[in-house]
Design a protein around this ligand. Structure first.
Ligand code: ZN
Length: 205
């Protein structure tokens, strides 16, 4: 190994989060419980990797997703129609089995007098998805956050996802999406507004 390479490796390693022994021991216990041998070669680094991976899966605990909605634009040029971000992919984990939830979210709002940068809606989604979740709460949290911070006329959130705890265990139901929705304001109170936003989310109209 030449010196440059060694420097690169040590710098790279130092940027990695150290995983406390108690966490690595917990993963070793789980591996043993699952029926494997944590001392076999292929699993030696697994406890530390799992520890780092879980910090990343759950990064959302380190932030308040509302911060992404702090900067708004109020010169919207008379725009008074729905703003929709459609089929945003996300990964989360269910709080019952720690199994993956993989899906897409469509997020829409009808502005009152201000809008946010379009990527911010996706950041709100990721902030809540990177926690342990149930799909119903994830859906409601995104809608409530946009409702409270942008004070729009309406918010609509529809999430479709598959749950690893359904496809990989139990009834082993493959190819089944769970769909949840949360409607607030005009999308909850007015049937034609709701119909319009749902049609936009499905890509026709
Ligand atoms: Zn589950």
């Amino acid at each position: 190994m030449n010196v440059m390479h060694a420097d690169f490796v040590s710098e790279h390693e130092s940027q990695r989060e150290t995983v406390p022994e108690i966490v690595r021991d917990a993963v070793r216990t789980l591996l043993r419980w699952a029926g494997d041998d944590p001392d076999r070669e292929g699993l030696l680094d697994t406890p530390a990797r799992v520890g780092r991976a879980w910090r990343e899966y759950c990064r959302g605990y380190d932030e308040d997703p509302a911060i992404h909605l702090g900067r708004t634009f109020d010169e919207i040029g008379g725009y008074d129609e729905v703003v929709l971000l459609r089929d945003i992919p996300f990964h989360s984990h269910c709080e019952h089995h720690l199994a993956p939830i993989v899906g897409t979210a469509s997020i829409a709002y009808l502005p009152t007098d201000r809008v946010v940068g379009i990527s911010k809606l996706a950041r709100v989604l990721q902030g809540y998805a990177q926690r342990l979740q149930i799909q119903e709460r994830l859906t409601a949290q995104i809608a409530d956050c946009i409702w409270a911070n942008l004070k729009p006329q309406g918010v609509a959130v529809v999430i479709k996802a598959t749950h690893g705890c359904m496809t990989g265990r139990g009834v082993r139901t493959h190819g089944v999406d769970m769909v949840t929705s949360k409607m607030l304001g005009c999308f909850r109170d007015d049937a034609s507004s709701r119909k319009e936003v749902l049609a936009l989310m499905q890509g026709h109209k």
